[in-house]
Design a protein around this ligand. Structure first.
Ligand SMILES: *[C@@H]1O[C@H](CO)[C@@H](O)[C@H](O)[C@H]1NC(C)=O
Ligand SMILES: *[C@@H]1O[C@H](CO)[C@@H](O)[C@H](O)[C@H]1NC(C)=O
Ligand SMILES: *[C@@H]1O[C@H](CO)[C@@H](O)[C@H](O)[C@H]1NC(C)=O
Ligand SMILES: *[C@@H]1O[C@H](CO)[C@@H](O)[C@H](O)[C@H]1NC(C)=O
Ligand SMILES: *[C@@H]1O[C@H](CO)[C@@H](O)[C@H](O)[C@H]1NC(C)=O
Ligand SMILES: *[C@@H]1O[C@H](CO)[C@@H](O)[C@H](O)[C@H]1NC(C)=O
Ligand SMILES: *[C@@H]1O[C@H](CO)[C@@H](O)[C@H](O)[C@H]1NC(C)=O
Length: 575
């Protein structure tokens, strides 16, 4: 009897356990077959046809590879043959390039998410089209996601950030056309971020510099503009590739582990920072096709591992010192189409064929056809074109400032202020009664609050106007020290000041004329605070020195403006 029971038990165990461990497979196999169908039977999956065995055991090829663990698929890599890249994609199926019109990326990803153990998913050149559905985040074990060379567009869905194990995110050669998300730093283990050849727009988010684990950052061939952020916090970064975008800032300090830096075909300006000379691992530096100026730091040529140095098609000027030394590994140098003068240093004069040097299109002193006349390399003044534009903006802003101040002054001085003197004295003398530490009447405080609200409502991000205490302004200008004196207009003196937070401001002091009332001023300040325009010097607030309240003629009002360097309009006009 005992034996019979034991046998029964064994049979039961067999019935329950053995088949169940087989059962996972067929379902995963079904998912694979469904994927093949949804991908419209790509030729690389032909091997799956008439194959009734375990797909996990299929031999891996360059085009397909499946890896399983405990009967679950952990890796799925399929590479199709739809390699064509169109420059424009309007979100509709294209015959012979994308999957058909009936393809639904949503159902496709839903099917994929049934492979719950996937760690590696790579689906390349398969003609997958549509916006990437956010449900892809259900593949929570994913460590590598590569969806390159497809026709995906729109934005990277925020829910992807739940894939906390992700170390590689590659979405190259698609048609993503939104901004680079600013939450990418929520991937705590991301080492490779590659988004090249898409239509990503806007700025590179500063948060990228917080992905400390990053070793490769590839954003080339997009529509990115604005500033290249300071990435010096990315101490593991080896590869930085932002070729062919519209970045127009100066070059920031670079992280020291960099081996390859590719920033060509942007609008980067300014000089090449000396700090690049600290990149001891640098092998490959391409800064060509930008607007870089100044003389390239000599140390670039002698970096221990530098082998490729491309500075061509910039506006580099001056001459390289003849004693310039070249690193042993330096094999390619391109200095062509700049404004370099003088002799080519001997280490760049290829006597041996170990180093290839391009230098045409400069004004180097040698009798070859490919050099320009010296005049070509004259740099007009020290201003770059960008700076000239900045000066122009500053000049226009200055002019507008002068006009606004003039207007205000005229209003202040010339408007009949009728008999408000009693009221005004009341307002001013209230200071003494309130004895507020700043010496400002509550009336004006309320007014300032109103102004700041108006400014907040007016334009987002515009500086909010506020009330400055006289003490604060005294401190900012070192007690109106003559060294801070910028100039004097018909309406009073202007001082340069530095606020506690480090912002530079221009402070204009206006004497309040007896006849004028502070109440009358209220309306004008209100108006000023609402004026916001990129070409207009921003009004930051005002302050009042009411110490002479017994004699209102001695009280002063201070108007605090954004500081715009480069002097005044007149100087620029007179050249
Ligand atoms: C992105 O491209 C798609 C398809 O062409 C288009 O419908 C969508 O408006 C674009 N989005 C943006 C933000 O440009
Ligand atoms: C699609 O591609 C095949 C093979 O490359 C070609 O023979 C066929 O003409 C193409 N069809 C269209 C509509 O372009
Ligand atoms: C991040 O990577 C490390 C090392 O590869 C690993 O030990 C750790 O578990 C990973 N963290 C997450 C959240 O996956
Ligand atoms: C950079 O721009 C130049 C001129 O427009 C072009 O010839 C070159 O191929 C571009 N390089 C890259 C890497 O895009
Ligand atoms: C230079 O490159 C070689 C290999 O290319 C590497 O072994 C060496 O560590 C590098 N040197 C520096 C300073 O990075
Ligand atoms: C560089 O090469 C040119 C032409 O071969 C030669 O005339 C010149 O003297 C060389 N300069 C130096 C510094 O070796
Ligand atoms: C270096 O050699 C290349 C190929 O021989 C030649 O085109 C180039 O003009 C040479 N450069 C210098 C500086 O002589």
């Amino acid at each position: 009897m005992g034996y019979l029971n034991l046998l029964l038990l064994v049979v039961l165990l067999w019935v329950f356990f053995i088949p169940s461990s087989y059962e996972f497979h067929p379902s995963q196999t079904q998912v694979l077959l469904q994927i093949r169908k949804l991908l419209e039977y790509p030729s690389s999956l032909q091997t799956w046809e008439n194959y009734y065995g375990d797909l996990c055991n299929l031999p891996k090829s360059a085009h397909v590879s499946i890896t399983c663990q405990d009967s679950f698929i952990t890796e799925l890599k399929i590479m199709g043959d739809k390699l064509v890249k169109v420059s424009e994609f309007h979100g509709f199926a294209i015959p012979n390039m994308t999957l058909s019109e009936s393809f639904s990326i949503d159902s496709f990803v839903t099917t994929l998410t049934r492979l719950t153990s996937l760690k590696v998913l790579s689906l390349v050149s398969l003609g997958i089209w549509g916006p990437l559905p956010d449900k892809i985040h259900r593949l929570y074990s994913l460590e590598l996601l590569d969806l390159s060379s497809n026709f995906m567009y729109g934005s990277i869905p925020p829910k992807i950030s739940r894939l906390v194990k992700l170390h590689t995110l590659t979405l190259d050669s698609n048609h993503f056309n939104d901004t680079v998300p600013d939450w990418l730093d929520s991937f705590s283990n991301l080492t490779i971020l590659s988004l090249k050849s898409n239509g990503f727009k806007g700025q590179i988010p500063f948060s990228v510099s917080k992905i400390k684990t990053l070793t490769e950052l590839v954003l080339s061939h997009n529509e990115l503009s604005g500033k290249l952020p300071d990435l010096s916090t990315l101490t593991n970064l080896h590869l930085l590739d932002i070729i062919e975008n519209h970045l127009d800032s100066e070059l920031p300090v670079m992280p020291k582990e960099l081996v390859t830096v590719l920033l060509s075909n942007n609008s980067l300006s300014g000089e090449i920072p000396e700090q690049f000379g600290e990149l001891h691992k640098l092998q490959h530096l391409d800064l060509s096709f930008n607007h870089l100026r100044g003389t390239p730091p000599s140390v670039l040529f002698s970096l221990p591992n530098i082998s490729y140095l491309n500075l061509g098609f910039n506006m580099l000027s001056g001459s390289l010192p003849d004693e310039l030394s070249c690193g042993d590994k330096l094999g390619y140098v391109d200095l062509s189409s700049n404004k370099l003068i003088g002799q080519l240093p001997s280490c760049l004069n290829n006597t041996s064929d170990k180093r290839y040097v391009k230098f045409g299109g400069n004004c180097l002193s040698r009798d070859s056809q490919d050099q320009h006349e010296g005049s070509h390399c004259l740099i007009s003044g020290k201003h770059s074109r960008g700076r000239d534009i900045a000066v122009l903006v500053a000049v226009i802003s200055g002019a507008v400032l002068v006009m606004v101040l003039l207007g205000l002054g005229v209003l202040l001085l010339c408007k009949r202020c009728r008999s408000r003197r009693t009221q005004e004295q009341h307002v001013l003398s209230k200071n003494v009664q309130d004895n507020t530490p700043t010496g400002i009447s509550s009336e004006l405080l309320a007014n300032a609050r109103f102004i700041s609200q108006a400014a907040k409502l007016g334009t987002q991000g515009a500086p909010v106007c506020r009330l400055f205490s006289f003490e604060e302004l005294k401190e900012a200008t070192n007690n109106f020290d003559s060294s801070r004196f910028l100039g004097e207009g018909s309406m009073g003196k202007i001082y340069k000041g530095r606020l506690e937070n480090g912002t530079y401001v221009a402070i204009r002091s206006l004497s309040l004329v007896k006849k004028c009332s502070i109440l009358n001023l209220k309306a004008k300040l209100d108006l000023l605070s609402k004026l916001h325009h990129p070409h207009l010097v921003g009004f930051l607030g005002h302050g009042i020195d009411g110490s002479g309240q017994d004699d209102s003629s001695s009280s002063k009002i201070f108007l605090v403006y954004e500081y715009v360097p480069n002097g005044n309009y007149r100087t620029h006009l007179s050249g």
